[in-house]
Write a protein that binds this ligand. Structure first.
Ligand SMILES: Cc1ncc(COP(=O)(O)O)c(C=O)c1O
Length: 419
C-alpha cells in the first residue's frame, strides 16, 4: 500500500475515541454468553481504549469478540489429528469388460466411519478460521445422520456441545451413534431440516454449521491430501461417480481436476424424489421435489453447494436398483458392507462402464463406499422394511449380477429408462 495513504488511514483510525468500545459482557453476536474465559483471550479486543484527542474514532470490534487463543487451540487439535489415506477396493468385472476397472474408495475406515469425516474437518476449520464458530457456542447441524455422526465425533474431540437436527424416521443406528458420541438429536417431521436447525441454533445461541451451504466453500479442493487428490493420484479415473447430498464431494473433486489438469469427468447419480436431476437438466435452481428415500443423497431442493457447471452427467436411479447394487456389492466385497447411497453410485458406475465398453473405451470408474452398511441393517438390509416402504430390489439383482459376471446389460421387464 502507498505509505502516504497508509499513514492517512492510520491517522484517521487512531485519532478518535473508543467511547463506544465494547463493555464487558454478552456480545451482540446472538446469544454468545458473557465472556468468562482465560486471561489469554481476555487480552484480545476488550476493555476501553483511552480516547484519542481530535474527534476521530477508534473502536475494537464490539460484536465479534476475538477468542483467538481458544480458536487457535481448536485448530491445532484438528491439524494434529492423524490423516487417513483410505484404501481403494476393486469390484471384479467380467472378462468381456477387459480394460475397464471399477474401484471403490473405502471411506468407512475414517475415524468417524464415513467420507463425511473429511467434510466435517473442513467445516470446523472453515467455521473457526472465519470467525463463525465461537468459544461457548453449541454446534447445530441439519443432517440425514452421516454428517451429524462425524460432527458429534469432532465436537467430542474439541469439547464443543453438539445438536443434530435429523428427519424423523432416520435409522435408529445413526441416532444411537450420535447420542453415544455425546450429541443431542432432534428429530423433525417434514423435509426442511435446515430451517429447523437454524431455529434451534438461534434458540440456543449456537452456531448453525449449515453443510448444505458451506460444503463447497469449506472443502479442501486444492490439497493433495484431499479426497480428490487421493482419488486422482491413486486411481487416475476416467469418471468419478457419486450421489449428491450437499454436492460438496463431487464439486471439490471436479475443482481439483481443473486445478491439476486432470481429465476426469463427474457423474452424479440421483435417487427418485430428488430435485437435483430435474433442476440440473433445466438449469433451474428453483426446482423442488418431494425428497429422496436413499439416505444421504438427493434433496427436495437444489442446495447451494451443488454447482451445476461441475457435473458432466447425471443419472436418475430407481431406488430398487440402488438397493440391489448395494446388496450385490455387499456379497462381492469380501466383508465390507456398503450403505444405500453407494448402491446408487455403483449402479451409475456400471451404466458408465457399459457405455465405455460399447464405445470401445478403456479406463477406470471410481466411486466411494461412503458409509458402512452396518448403519442400515434395520432398514435397507431388511426385507420387511423394504416391503413396508414399497422398494422392490429383486428385479434389479439379476441385471447387476449378469453385468458383473457376463458384461451384458439387460434391464428388467418394463424398465427401459436406465438402458
Ligand atoms: C451416506 C452418504 N452418501 C453420500 C452423501 C453425499 O455426499 P455430499 O454431501 O458430499 O454430496 C452423503 C451426504 O450426506 C451421505 O450421507
Amino acid at each position: 500500500m502507498d505509505m502516504r495513504r497508509r499513514g492517512l488511514l492510520l491517522a484517521g483510525a487512531g485519532a478518535a475515541a473508543s467511547a463506544a468500545a465494547p463493555a464487558a459482557g454478552p456480545a451482540a453476536w446472538a446469544g454468545v454468553p458473557a465472556f468468562t474465559g482465560p486471561a489469554e483471550d481476555a487480552a484480545a479486543g476488550r476493555g476501553a481504549t483511552p480516547a484519542p484527542p481530535g474527534g476521530a474514532e477508534e473502536l475494537d470490534n464490539p460484536h465479534y469478540p476475538d477468542h483467538r487463543a481458544w480458536v487457535n487451540r481448536q485448530i491445532r487439535i484438528i491439524r494434529r489429528m492423524p490423516h487417513t489415506v483410505t484404501p481403494l477396493l476393486e469390484l471384479p468385472l467380467s472378462g468381456r469388460l477387459a480394460g475397464l476397472r471399477l474401484l471403490l474408495k473405502d471411506e468407512t475406515v475414517q475415524p468417524s466411519g464415513s467420507h463425511k469425516h473429511r467434510l466435517v474437518e473442513a467445516l470446523y476449520l472453515h467455521a473457526l478460521a472465519t470467525g463463525r464458530l465461537h468459544r461457548g457456542s453449541t454446534v447445530v447441524e441439519a443432517s440425514s445422520g452421516t454428517t451429524a455422526i462425524s460432527e458429534a465425533w469432532f465436537s467430542r474431540e474439541l469439547g464443543i456441545p453438539f445438536v443434530a437436527v435429523v428427519p424423523s424416521g432416520t435409522t435408529g443406528a445413526k441416532v444411537r451413534l450420535i447420542r453415544n458420541l455425546g450429541g443431542e438429536v432432534v428429530e423433525v417431521p417434514g423435509a426442511d431440516i435446515s430451517a429447523e436447525a437454524r431455529r434451534v441454533a438461534a434458540e440456543l445461541g449456537g452456531h448453525f454449521m449449515d453443510q448444505f451451504t458451506y460444503a463447497e466453500q469449506a472443502y479442501d479442493w486444492r490439497g493433495e491430501r484431499s479426497l480428490a487428490g487421493e482419488v486422482l493420484r491413486d486411481a487416475d479415473p476416467e469418471w468419478f461417480v457419486m450421489g449428491a447430498g450437499t454436492g460438496g464431494t463431487v464439486v471439490s473433486l471436479a475443482r481439483h481436476a481443473r486445478y491439476t489438469g486432470h481429465r476426469v469427468r463427474t457423474c452424479v447419480t440421483d435417487p427418485e424424489g430428488s430435485a437435483y436431476f430435474p433442476g440440473w437438466r433445466a438449469d433451474d435452481r428453483s426446482v423442488t421435489a418431494p425428497g429422496s428415500r436413499i439416505e444421504g443423497i438427493g434433496r427436495p431442493r437444489v442446495e447451494a453447494s451443488f454447482l451445476f457447471p461441475l457435473v458432466n452427467r447425471m443419472l436418475r436411479v430407481p431406488d430398487g436398483a440402488s438397493v440391489a447394487a448395494m446388496r450385490v456389492a455387499a456379497r462381492r466385497l469380501g466383508g465390507t458392507l456398503p450403505g444405500p447411497s453407494t448402491g446408487t453410485a455403483l449402479f451409475g458406475a456400471m451404466r458408465l462402464l457399459d457405455r465405455m465398453r460399447q464405445d470401445g473405451g478403456t479406463g477406470t470408474v471410481v466411486t466411494l463406499i461412503a458409509d458402512p452398511g452396518e448403519r442400515h441393517l434395520e432398514t435397507f438390509y431388511d426385507d420387511d422394511w423394504l416391503r413396508e416402504h414399497g422398494i422392490d430390489h429383486r428385479p434389479w439383482v439379476p441385471v447387476i449380477e449378469r453385468f458383473l459376471d457376463a458384461g451384458r446389460w439387460f434391464p428388467p421387464r418394463g424398465h427401459t429408462a436406465a438402458r
